[in-house]
Design a protein around this ligand. Structure first.
Ligand SMILES: C[S@@+](CC[C@H](N)C(=O)[O-])C[C@H]1O[C@@H](n2cnc3c(N)ncnc32)[C@H](O)[C@@H]1O
Length: 222
């Protein structure tokens, strides 16, 4: 198995944030929201937290499906939050989706505050995963739904390159390079399971859901 090669946490270069926001993630983001609302069931009111919201596309898609939810959209990158704020304003969602500058490893929220904690594609940015999972556990309460999806690290650099060509072959060179680095910085299912055990969140499930993504999902039972 190839060693993890960590990439920087925040995507705070304007150019990097703009390239990410300009890429077409509609299908993968919609698939994420579909699984989230399926896991959540019919709850029409909830306070949800998105860790590493990026340009805010996922909370906006979620808000269109669950208009009664309030969603805190956190990110450590100002460049990303500026894009998220603009998208939220343009969508008319400012009353329901709230952008917050926030490090997911030290979230400024009270313990047990959230009914739902979700995140797409943040875990591979984080090296101190103990602090991240610790915060996920702290802001959750009994019954909170947790759903994180991320890349899973391929076996070799060659496999990572093949994934980049297959799924991002028509994207900009910058985006392809970032995708490659993200794959090398991702965790395996076994590594994530070990992280959850350390955080006392071992009641959550971890599974591969595509050839390059893993899901962490379930309700807090503590
Ligand atoms: C690959 S992007 C994913 C954005 C969004 N979740 C999506 O799927 O479109 C990862 C995001 O996580 C943010 N991020 C990385 N480390 C973070 C941290 N410690 N706390 C909060 N956000 C973080 C980055 O700034 C970036 O916006």
């Amino acid at each position: 198995m190839m060693e993890r090669q960590p990439e920087p946490e925040a995507m705070d270069l304007e150019e990097e944030a703009a390239a990410y926001a300009a890429a077409d993630f509609a299908d993968v983001n919609e698939a994420f929201v579909e699984r989230l609302v399926t896991l959540a069931g019919p709850a029409d009111r909830a306070l949800a937290l998105d860790l590493g919201t990026g340009p805010g596309d996922i909370p906006l898609r979620l808000w269109r499906r669950r208009g009664g939810w309030k969603i805190v959209a956190g990110d450590v990158s100002r460049a990303m939050l500026d894009l998220a704020r603009a998208a939220i304003g343009a969508a008319g969602a400012a009353g329901a989706v709230w952008p917050v500058e926030q490090d997911a490893k030290s979230a400024p929220f009270r313990s047990g505050a959230f009914d739902v904690v979700f995140s797409n594609s943040i875990l591979h940015h984080i090296t101190d995963t103990g602090r991240l999972w610790g915060e996920v556990a702290r802001v959750s309460k009994r019954g909170t739904l947790i759903f994180l999806r991320d890349l899973a690290r391929p076996n070799s650099a060659g496999s990572a390159m093949a994934i980049v060509k297959k799924y991002a072959g028509t994207e900009s060179a910058l985006l392809q390079e970032e995708y490659y680095r993200s794959l090398l910085s991702a965790y395996t299912v076994a590594e994530v399971r070990a992280q959850l055990v350390d955080a006392g969140l071992d009641g959550l499930g971890v599974e591969m859901v595509t050839d390059r993504h893993l899901d962490v999902f379930g309700r807090v039972d503590g």
